[in-house]
Ligand binder design. Structure first.
Ligand code: FBP
Length: 553
């Protein structure tokens, strides 16, 4: 198979481990810290996790390896959306496992958690794994979004593990997948299966982080990829001086990706969903906010600009959320058939008008027709509107245009406004991992094996001190139950890892807030350029601005 010159070079790259893991397997010792408690709802979480709750934080160090000799047969699963570096987690895990004992075995369950339930797997060997070192994607074994959450599934998983003599499962996933890893660990412990479960923090969305997990892997590469593209668009905008670019960036719910891209590129506008919710902003207020920047720039003869829109923003607009729940209600059960049987959009519109409250109808009425229709076309398996599919970049540019037309009529605006639209998501999820993600992921996998070897279960592989050079990174593990609280999900109270939204009091947002007025009116664009893999560390090994600001750097 022909591969690209960059891939040839990347296959040879040697990822950097934390200093404490560098002296070889025989010199990795463990030290236990304090017992842990969940971030909230301690009694309830403890009651739900009697076998895995309250365990100690652990840190590895250079020293005599005292782990018990035992043949390890480990299964690994990639879960959810792709994130750059996933292959290196598997490579790090494999290398630590084989360095410990050549007889150890690594199974890869295919296409996500369903691979474990269907007993669909491959067994890794050097030849196979070596093709994937330092590459993007999850194609090494595939990924999927099946959730491992029911007792029946756990029982099947236990059977499959027993059949292959599996001693541990590593789940590489986001907050939901790691929540399920904790539940699986508890089940395996309660049923004395002897199978350990370790999680690894993955998601480009960056919303799996807390006081222990400094960032999820993939965020670094994905945001650098989007920032490169946004920087290029900014330069084009500043060259042609005739378009406003509306760029939607991924991040199903939290706006970490949008915020990081804004810090990297200094666009004219960046919406932050968490702020929209906190200020209870309406669609009209948001449109006015963007239109003010367009008008101010037009007054200086700059009829161009760049606005970043986070993927999940509409769900954070209070009036829009109400509209969505009314539409879900309006089409619940057989009512959807009655609606779909209507032949024309006019008839459908009349049906909608009758079913929505006056307030929601007022919101619905200002939406462009394509968006109105999207709200009725795309349903998830539960019959709900799939808000993530709404083209919010087009929605906001249309609303801004309407505002500018009004201002034109009133004689308060004389500029031109021509909008172009982009959606950056899939473009970044499988990029070659940056050096940071290549190193971080390899370390997470290597470290996950050390947790297994030392007998831990229900832990998340933890690498910290990440804003420093890899030599100074700290490797260890944290009980997943420590990150949990109870939340209402599908009408039930469930133990879950708390999702990290953008903190409006946090340093990254504060920096953005302090500069955005200047960026809105001026042309302060930054052009980060492509990710660099070879060259000075000051260019190749830099972390995200978010991480640097959070660490006070
Ligand atoms: P994870 O949370 O599973 O890492 O996925 C994140 C994400 O990339 C979101 O940014 C995006 O909204 C979603 O996945 C898209 O999902 P899909 O790949 O199923 O289209």
């Amino acid at each position: 198979m022909k591969i690209s010159p960059l891939q040839i070079e990347r296959l040879k790259y040697e990822p950097k481990l934390p200093g404490m893991l560098r002296n070889g397997i025989s010199e990795i010792s463990v030290s236990e810290g304090e017992e842990t408690r969940s971030v909230a709802d301690q009694e309830k979480i403890q009651a739900l996790f009697p076998n895995t709750y309250g365990k100690k934080e652990i840190v590895f160090a250079k020293g005599q390896n005292t782990s018990a000799a035992k043949k390890q047969v480990v299964g690994v699963i990639l879960s959810g959306g792709q994130a750059p570096g996933g292959h290196n987690v598997v490579c790090g895990l494999y290398d630590a496992l084989k360095a410990t004992d050549k007889e150890n075995v690594l199974y890869g369950f295919k296409n996500g958690p369903s691979g474990l339930l269907d007993d669909d797997y491959l067994v890794f060997d050097d030849e196979y794994i070596d093709q994937f070192r330092n590459t993007g994607g999850f194609d090494i074994i595939g990924s999927g979004r099946t959730k491992l959450e029911t007792e029946e599934q756990f029982a099947v998983a236990a059977e499959v593990c027993k059949k292959h003599g599996i001693t541990a499962i590593v789940i590489i996933g986001g907050d939901d997948s790691n929540t399920n890893a904790a539940v699986l660990a508890e089940y395996f412990a309660a049923h004395e299966t002897g199978v350990q479960v370790i999680g690894c923090p993955k998601t480009i969305d960056g919303d799996l982080k807390n006081e222990d997990i400094e960032c999820s892997f993939g965020f670094d590469t994905a945001t650098k990829t989007y920032s490169e593209l946004i920087g290029n668009i900014e330069r084009d905008a500043n060259s042609a001086k005739k378009y406003w670019h509306f760029v939607k960036v991924m991040g199903r719910s939290a706006s970490h990706v949008a915020l990081e891209a804004a810090l990297e590129t200094q666009p004219n506008i960046c919406l932050i969903s968490e702020e929209v919710a906190a200020k209870k902003m309406s669609l009209s207020q948001i449109a006015d906010y963007i239109a003010d920047s367009v008008a101010a720039r037009a007054a200086k003869d700059m009829n161009f600009g760049v606005a970043i829109i986070p993927e999940g923003v509409v769900e954070f607009v209070p009036e829009f959320s109400v509209l969505i729940s009314e539409i879900n209600e309006l089409l619940a059960g057989s009512k959807a058939d009655a609606f779909n049987a209507l032949a024309t959009w006019d008839e459908k519109y009349a049906f909608i008008e009758q079913g929505l409250t006056k307030e929601s109808m007022a919101v619905f009425a200002i939406l462009p027709q394509t968006i109105q229709q999207q709200l009725f076309l795309e349903r998830d398996p539960h019959g709900n509107v799939q808000v993530s599919l709404i083209e919010s970049e087009k929605l906001f540019s249309a609303l801004v245009k309407a505002k500018l037309d009004e201002r034109k009529k009133a004689g308060t605006y004389k500029g031109k406004f021509s909008a172009l639209h982009h959606f950056f998501g899939y473009e970044g999820r499988c990029a070659f991992p940056s050096n940071f993600d290549a190193d971080y992921c390899y370390s997470l996998g290597y470290n996950a094996f050390m947790l297994i070897q030392y007998g831990y279960t229900g832990y998340l592989s933890k690498i910290s001190n990440l804003s420093k050079p890899a030599e100074e990174w700290v490797a260890g593990g944290m009980p997943i139950t420590k990150m949990m609280n109870m939340e209402r999900r599908h009408g039930e109270d469930k133990p879950v890892i708390r999702k990290a939204l953008v903190e409006l009091e946090g340093k990254p947002f504060k920096y953005f807030e302090a500069h955005r007025e200047e960026w809105a009116v001026g042309t302060c664009y930054l052009y980060p350029g492509a990710i660099q893999y070879y060259g000075p560390a000051s260019v190749c090994d830099i972390t995200t601005r978010t991480l640097a600001l959070e660490k006070g750097e």
